[in-house]
Structures are given as C-alpha cells and as structure tokens.
Design a protein around this ligand. Structure first.
Ligand code: SF4
Length: 329
C-alpha cells in the first residue's frame, strides 16, 4: 500500500521538480568534490546562508588538491561564520584522503569519508556518482509521512530505516534528480515551519494527510531531550590595543580561537559586561562577557589586534556578541 502510493508519487514529483527547481550554485558544473563541499556546507545550515559561501569556498579551493594543500587555519578562516566548524576540519581531512586514494566510487566508500553520515553519503552517491542511495533527513521524513499519513515517530531510527528501504524500492533511473526533488519539495512546498502549500504541491491528489485535512498531524515526533545549559564567564581582556585569545583545544569549537572562559576574574579594571547566548545542537552557552583592561600581556594567551582578529584568527559566531568591544573589528 505504501509502496504503491509512493510509486504513483514519483512521476509527478519529477515533473514538478524539472520546472520548479531553484537555480542554486551547487547544481551547476558538478564534480564529486563540489558535491562533497556543498553537502557538508548544507549540513545544519540554511540554503540562503550557504549560497554565497559555497561560491567563495570553491573559488578559494577549486579542487580537492587545492583544499588538501591548505593549512587547517586557512580552511577554518574561510569557514568563519558558517558554524559547526568540525565540518570544515572533516572536509579538509576528506580532501587529503581523496588526493591520496581518489574519490570513492561506492556508498560505503563515500560513507567512510570524515564527516559523512548516512544521509550525506546517500546524497553524494546519488548526485555525484549516479548510484542511488536513500538520503533521508527530517525534510524527507516530513513529506513522506504526510504523503502516507504515517504516524511513525520520525526521530526513531527504525522509521528512517523503513523509509530508506521504501525509497530504494521505488527509485526511478534518475537517481540524482529523485533525491533532489524530494529535498526540494520539503524546502519549497511541504515546508517545516508554517502550513504546507498543498495547492502548489504535485502530490495534492495523492497525499493522504492533505486529503484527510490532517497536514498538521504529521510528522509525529517522540519526546525531545532538552539541550544542556552551560553558564560561562567569558573574559575579553585588553591591553595596549590587543586582545587575549585562546585556541580551544577540546570540546565545542575545538581548534578555533576564542575568548577565554575563566572561573575567577583576571586582575584589572572591568569596563563593561553583557549577557549573550549561543545555541549549539545539544548545548546552550549562557555567557556573561566581561571587558577587562589588564596591566600586562599574560603569556598564557595569544595577544591580537583588532585587525588580526578580523583577518587572521577565525573567531566563531558564538562570540559575536562581544565583537562590539573589539575596536576597529
Ligand atoms: S499535499 Fe500538502 S501535506 Fe501533502 S505533501 Fe503536498 S504540501 Fe505536503
């Protein structure tokens, strides 16, 4: 029953996609490397935010060879502001593997690249290699559970497995287009926030949730675990026009420069304080930032000017609320 309905849904979906797809930079002049870059950039990041950055990244690092030859610092700097910096490090490592061993030709090989999970491996295999492998994320689960009025909980692994198997069964020969069409429908029509645009949907005559007027009942989710909240005092120490930075050696934002988190204030004169919040996937940082003028440059830190912070040291967006204190930055 599910399979039959999904089989019926494939031709109108492809027909709709061919005339409605967005003109996105990563859909032009595709190479396996460019697909890898776009898929990693798009992980947990909005298409609008990625568009310009993707073009800039590929201009700077047009091939896996160019990326592999760069230093980690150069790659992180180019990634600055996109967040989830482990993706940049993984991409860098993946480029080195590709230069050494060639681009993998199977789903298993793609999946083994750093930073590539099941979804990304499915997308890359379909788009870059023409080998269909299901790429099932929250968007795809939303549209499929609506199409089928399926009450399966979308955050359970079993649901993902079942829909992956189903998609593999009904995949047409145009594997790449099919993968993208599913994503595009979830992005443009059967949207995650707000009511779905059923009037413009190629599935409006087939979609059980729509036919039953129950679009809002799907997808069904299980209990959500709350994010862990961490309180931090962040010190923006300044001395003679320079600011103290630390390279974070572990945990969130590993490998990036930031302002130190201290449990006791440094000796000096506090000039200002402000609260800020940054939300990661599973953790929230609730920060109190302190701008402190200190007497001398403590050698435990890297002391950088505003220009150096702007141009040389990638400062993650978690600290952007405190940039107003960096004069000239
Ligand atoms: S008909 Fe409406 S609910 Fe069903 S898939 Fe299309 S947009 Fe989503």
């Amino acid at each position: 029953m599910k399979r039959e309905r999904l089989l019926l849904a494939v031709p109108p979906l492809l027909g709709w996609y061919r005339i409605s797809k967005r003109d996105l930079p990563w859909r032009k002049d595709r190479t396996p490397y460019s697909v890898l870059v776009s898929e990693l950039m798009l992980q947990q990041t909005r298409v609008e935010a990625v568009k310009e950055r993707y073009v800039r990244f590929l201009t700077r690092f047009p091939t896996a060879e160019a990326l592999a030859a760069a230093t980690e610092e150069e790659v992180l700097k180019e990634w600055e502001g996109l967040g989830y910096y482990s993706r940049a490090r993984n991409l860098h490592r993946a480029a080195k593997i590709i230069v050494r061993e060639g681009f993998p030709q199977t789903w298993v090989g793609v999946r083994a690249l750093p930073g590539v999970g099941d979804y990304t491996a499915g997308a890359i295999s379909s788009l870059a290699l023409g080998v269909y492998a299901p790429a099932v994320d929250g968007n795809v689960l939303r549209i499929l559970t609506r199409l089928l009025a399926d009450p399966a909980k979308i955050d359970e692994n079993r649901t993902k497995r079942d829909f992956s198997a189903l998609l593999t069964e009904v995949c047409p020969p145009e594997a790449g287009e099919f993968t993208e069409a599913l994503m595009e429908l979830g992005a443009l029509v059967c949207v995650p926030n707000g009511p779905p645009a059923c009037g413009a949907c190629p599935w409006s005559a087939l979609c059980l949730a729509h036919l039953e007027g129950r679009e809002e009942d799907f997808p069904v989710r299980g209990e959500k675990r709350p994010r862990r909240v961490e309180e931090h005092d962040v010190y923006i120490m300044t001395c003679g026009g320079k600011y103290a930075l630390v390279r974070r050696e572990e945990g969130l934002l590993k490998g990036l420069y930031g302002f130190p988190f201290l449990t006791a204030p440094p000796a000096g004169r506090e000039l200002a304080a402000r609260r800020a919040k940054h939300i990661f996937t599973h953790v929230e940082w609730h920060m109190t930032g302190h701008l402190v003028e200190v007497e001398g440059e403590d050698p435990a830190y890297l002391w950088a000017t505003a220009e150096e912070i702007e141009g040389k040291y990638p400062l993650p967006s978690a600290f952007s609320a405190f940039r107003i204190w960096i004069k000239g930055a």
